[in-house]
Write a protein that binds this ligand. Structure first.
Ligand code: NAY
Length: 289
């Protein structure tokens, strides 16, 4: 059965401090209403690369407490600062996270040997499994089939969160590593990833749109491709409207329309303008009312 995970957002107050209550409300909505299989905590959608180490820990802790073992959790600990990544991995494992994830080290164009060493160091002495966070468009780091294979030699590395639209590489990965988990991360291309044998999907828009995405997966599994297309078509109109309205703040604005106090995004992300608020209200009324 393919799994669906929401990439958890971080709620901020107007002064860019963490809004704990907002995070708790989003976790609860994902569990109680979305019936999600799990949460990806501290990824791009969580605006994590703009947080301090202590703030990142706080988010893991809030998510861990609020889920209370009801759904799977994955803590994204990657950082260009390996000392921080190792500290976060240990912190998450000590809290009780069984699975972590890490973006490869970015910005300095590290060699593959350095990237491999980064993963091995994060995992050394920490009792967790890891999912590689591959997101070349944002990290600037593209891994080849062969490089994935070398990383997978570490038995604690159980798979990849594949936020990439290279479907040839996705098919080659599935074929070469049938026992590794592949979670797809471009929500608007889910329809194209399903036939390639993904184990599930992890995305930002599932915070709002999980029911439709789950129905799409169920239709795919039932062989009803007409329904798969129709559901993805509605999802894509929604996703493109969110992107057009500035996606992360807009996901939060639509949550507010639903009565979930998701707060703000952190600067330099935008605080909502009157136009963005009107756009989010229209998205809510069109797709969720
Ligand atoms: C993350 O770490 O939060 C993710 O990678 C989730 C995947 C999302 N990618 C980004 C860059 O946010 O859900 C997608 C994405 O927002 C969606 O497909 C719209 O493009």
């Amino acid at each position: 059965m393919k799994k669906l995970y929401s990439a958890l957002m971080t709620a901020f107050n107007g002064d860019d401090t963490i809004n704990e209550q907002g995070i708790r409300e989003m976790v609860r909505y994902n569990i109680d209403v979305n019936k999600i299989d799990g949460l990806y905590v501290g990824g791009s959608t969580g605006e994590s690369f703009m947080l301090s180490t202590e703030e990142r820990k706080l988010v893991y802790k809030i998510a861990y407490e609020e889920t209370a073992g009801k759904v799977d959790l994955i803590a994204q600990v990657g950082s260009v600062n390996l000392t921080e990544a190792k500290e976060l991995a240990k912190y998450a494992a000590d809290l009780g996270y069984k699975t972590i994830s890490a973006v490869p080290p970015f910005y300095y164009h590290f060699t593959f040997e350095q990237i491999k060493d980064y993963y091995d160091q994060i995992l050394a002495g920490v009792d967790v499994q890891l999912i590689i966070y591959s997101i070349p468009a944002l990290s600037g780091v593209s891994l080849s089939l062969d490089e994935f294979g070398k990383l997978f030699e570490n038995p604690k590395i159980i798979g990849v969160k594949y936020t990439n639209n290279d479907f040839l590489l996705l098919q080659r990965l599935r074929s070469a590593f049938p026992d590794k988990k592949i979670y797809f991360g471009t929500d608007e291309m889910l329809i194209s990833a399903l036939p390639l044998g993904i184990d599930g999907a992890i995305g930002s828009t599932f915070n709002l749109n999980a029911k439709r995405a789950k129905a799409e997966i169920a239709a795919y599994e039932a062989g009803d491709m007409k329904k798969v297309f129709e559901l993805q078509d509605v999802s894509n109109k929604l996703i493109l409207a969110l992107i057009d309205n500035d996606i992360y703040p807009s996901l939060k604005l639509v949550f507010e329309e639903m009565g979930v106090h998701a707060g703000y995004s952190k600067a330099p992300m935008s605080k909502p303008s009157a136009e963005m608020k009107a756009g989010a209200k229209k998205i809510y009324e069109t797709y969720f009312k």
